[in-house]
Design a protein around this ligand. Structure first.
Ligand SMILES: *Cc1c(COP(=O)(O)O)cnc(C)c1O
Length: 349
């Protein structure tokens, strides 16, 4: 079989959630952000594992993703939708009991008119300038809105992965200014914010990437292994080139393995001539360009031809691979394509 295998360690994801939960006080609830198909790992199995670990609140980007979480978990857990209440979402929000995080006056009006009495939260813009109600608008609508009983006031930090960045403190101040005295539950931090310390924790945290083994949570357990089967090997003479554009030329006779995965599977083309794959503990350089479905690897130094080579695993985290490709762990994770066979590891419960 030429299908690559993505092994997802659900126990590691559960352990990462518990560790992040322990970084905050006993009164601080830890939610789980499972947008983008649980960062590419599969929303159904991941949401169930997190619910089993103790997560009671889940965040997704779009209402459709919320529907998948509701289907996986059934009634009970709260599912918050970060894009808020968009036209066309009303029925789904109502029928599946989703909680939109309203981002604008338009959304606030839409929600209160379409679904009076239905749960909602409000996302405030404290300086990221991406999503959320801004200060002046908030000052205008806060008195009415607070009356309507939002379940959560939340905001998002733009530079939480840089602890020294002055915007963190500035956003914290703005968030306090906008929410002090409301008496409502508050949330400011994703993974990076949790690590900034207690002043950033408020009532609820929203970790995503840290659950899946990604930076900036250095204490995270890696959660994925990606093994690519070797389809073919060939001997290449000194002076011969490998792959599109002849970007790699053998300096000496070499044995090249062609493995099954490429940029169509989320392995960026910027990994060309820049990444390493692993045969157990032995690194093997990726040579030539990453093509759509295939990668070529120099295995001259291996004692025998392996059945597969690992590109993610204990020796290479998503962040290490991301660095080789000039991107971030989030992009590697969420890019992991639909063609992989997803295999879930979980201790019997
Ligand atoms: C994606 C996202 C999160 C999770 O962020 P991580 O950095 O992955 O922990 C939390 N809150 C909001 C608003 C988000 O968009």
């Amino acid at each position: 079989m030429a299908t690559a295998t993505l092994t997802i360690d659900l126990d590691a994801i559960a352990a990462n959630w518990r560790r992040l939960d322990r970084l905050t006080g006993p009164d601080v609830q830890t939610a789980a952000v499972v947008k983008a198909d649980a960062y590419g790992l599969g929303i159904t199995r991941v949401a169930r594992a997190l619910a089993h670990a103790g997560a009671r609140r889940f965040f997704v980007a779009y209402a459709e993703e919320g529907a998948a979480v509701r289907q996986a978990l059934g009634e009970g857990p709260q599912i918050a939708v970060l894009s808020g209440h968009m036209t066309g979402d009303t029925e789904m929000i109502h029928d599946l009991d989703l909680t939109p995080m309203l981002n604008s006056l338009e959304q606030i009006t839409r929600h209160l008119e379409a679904l009076p009495g239905h749960a909602f939260g409000v996302q405030l813009d404290t300086g990221m300038n991406r999503l959320g109600v801004e200060m002046l608008e908030w000052q205008a609508v806060a008195p009415i809105l607070i009356e309507a009983g939002p379940e959560l006031l939340m905001s998002h930090l733009a530079c939480a992965d840089e602890p020294e960045h002055p915007l963190n403190e500035a956003q914290l101040r703005t968030f306090l200014e906008m929410t002090d005295g409301t008496g409502l539950p508050r949330s400011l931090s994703a993974t990076g914010g949790i690590l900034l310390g207690q002043r950033y924790h408020f009532d609820l945290t929203r970790p995503g990437v840290g659950l899946f083994g990604g930076m900036p949570f250095e204490g995270a357990q890696p959660a994925v292994t990606l093994s690519l089967p070797v389809i073919q090997t060939r001997e290449v003479a000194a002076g011969e080139a490998v792959g599109y554009g002849c970007t790699w030329v053998a300096e000496a006779p070499a044995l090249i393995a062609t493995v099954a995965a490429g940029y169509a599977d989320g392995l960026p083309r910027t990994l060309s001539n820049a990444a390493v794959l692993w045969d157990g503990d032995t690194p093997c350089p990726l040579v030539g360009r990453v093509s759509m479905d295939l990668i070529t690897v120099d295995i001259t130094h291996l004692p025998e031809v392996p059945r597969s080579l690992d590109i993610l695993g204990p020796h290479q985290t998503v962040d290490a691979l991301a660095e080789a490709g000039g991107t971030i762990g989030y992009e590697i994770l969420t890019g992991l394509g639909p063609r992989y066979l997803r295999r879930y590891q979980e201790q019997a419960q």
